[in-house]
Design a protein around this ligand. Sequence first.
Ligand code: KG4
Ligand code: ZN
Length: 371
Amino acid sequence: MNGFGIDARSNLASTDKPLRPWTVLGIETSCDETAAAVVRGISPGPGEILSNVVFSQLEEHAPYGGVVPEIAARAHVEMADAVVAEALAKSGIDLGAVDAVAATAGPGLIGGVMVGLTTAKALALAADKPLIAVNHLEAHALTARLTEGVEFPFLLLLISGGHCQLMAVEGVGRFTLLGRTIDDAVGEAFDKTAKLLGLPYPGGPRIEVLAKEGRAKAVPLPRPLLGQASADFSFSGLKTAVRQAVQNGAGAADVAASFQLAVTDILGDRTRRAMQQFRQASPDCTHTLVVAGGVASNGAIRATLDALCHAEGFAIKIPPPRLCTDNAAMVAWAGVERGQLGLFDALGVTPRARWPLQDAPHGGSRTNGAS
Ligand code: KG4
Ligand code: ZN
C-alpha cells in the first residue's frame, strides 16, 4: 500500500505480459467528435495504432459558439456507421478478427454516448466479441501508455473542455483525486474568453495564436487559489476579470496573452502542489507527470510544465496533439488494457452522463466474453 491507501502495484506487472497482443476496435462519441480506431498492443504499451478516424462536427456547432447536444447526437447517428467502417477498412482488420469492441460509456453528452455505446453493443453481439465500456477520462489518462508505455503510478494533469483534474494513477481503474476545478474547466475558460473576444469556437487554439501578438503583462488578471494548500483549481474569477477588461477597452491580443499567462501560472502552481502530495505518497517510484486533454496541445502551457518538471525532478510525457484531443485510439487502447485484465461488460451496461474517474470500477463486471 502507498500513502494514498491504494495497492501501488500496477494491475499487470510488466513481467506478467500476456503472450500475445490484443486488437481492439474503439468508438468515441461523447462530445463533438465521431471517432473510431483499431489499436493493437500489450499492456503497458506502447501500442500500435492501425487506424484512427475522427469526424469532427466543428462546422455544425460553430454558428452556435459551442457544442449543441441535440445537433451532436444527430450527427453521431448519421456518421457512426461510416466512421466505424472506415476505421476497420483502414486497419485492414475484419471485425471478426478483433479481440473486443470498446466504446466510451461516459461521462459526456448522453445522446452521443448512447449512439456510440449502442453501436458497440450491436457490433459485439453480431460478431460475438466481448464488449468493454470505457470511461472517457480513463481513456485520456491511459493514452501515455499507448504512446510511450508509461508505467504506473504516475501523476496525471487532465486539462480539457469538460475537465480539469490532478490525480495519481495507480493502475487501470485505480485513481486518487488530488485536485479538481471548483467551477469551470480550463478549456471552457479558454472557450469563454475567446467568445468574449469575438473568436470562433473552439477558442483555445485561437487564443494561443492571438496571444503571440500581445503583451502578457498588459492586463492585470487574478490567479484564483494560487498558493492554496489543496491542489484545486478555479477559473471563474478569471473569466469575470477578462469580461471587465474587454468592457474597459483592453486590446484583444493583450487580453489573450494575459489570460494565457494567468492560466499557465495557475496550472503550474496547482501541479507543483500535487507533485508534493504525489512524492510524499509514492517516494520510491520514478516520478512522471502525464498531461492529457485538448488543452495539453497549448505550447505555452507545455513549456511551463516542462520547466516545472525539470525543477521538481519529474519526467514529463505529453501525447501528440491529435491524441490529446478527443479520439478513438485512446478508447481502443483503454479496451486493450481492460480486456487483458479480463474486465469486460455485459451488453446491458448503461451509458452515463456523469462518471467520475474515482468510480471507474477496477473489477467491472467480469465475464469471459460476450454475454
Ligand atoms: O479533450 P478535448 O478535445 O475535449 C474534451 O473536452 O473532452 O478538449 C477540447 C478543449 C477545448 O476547450 C479547446 O478550446 C481546448 O481543448 N484546446 C486548447 C488548445 N487546443 C484545444 N486550449 C488551449 N490551447 C490550445 N492550443
Ligand atoms: Zn476528452
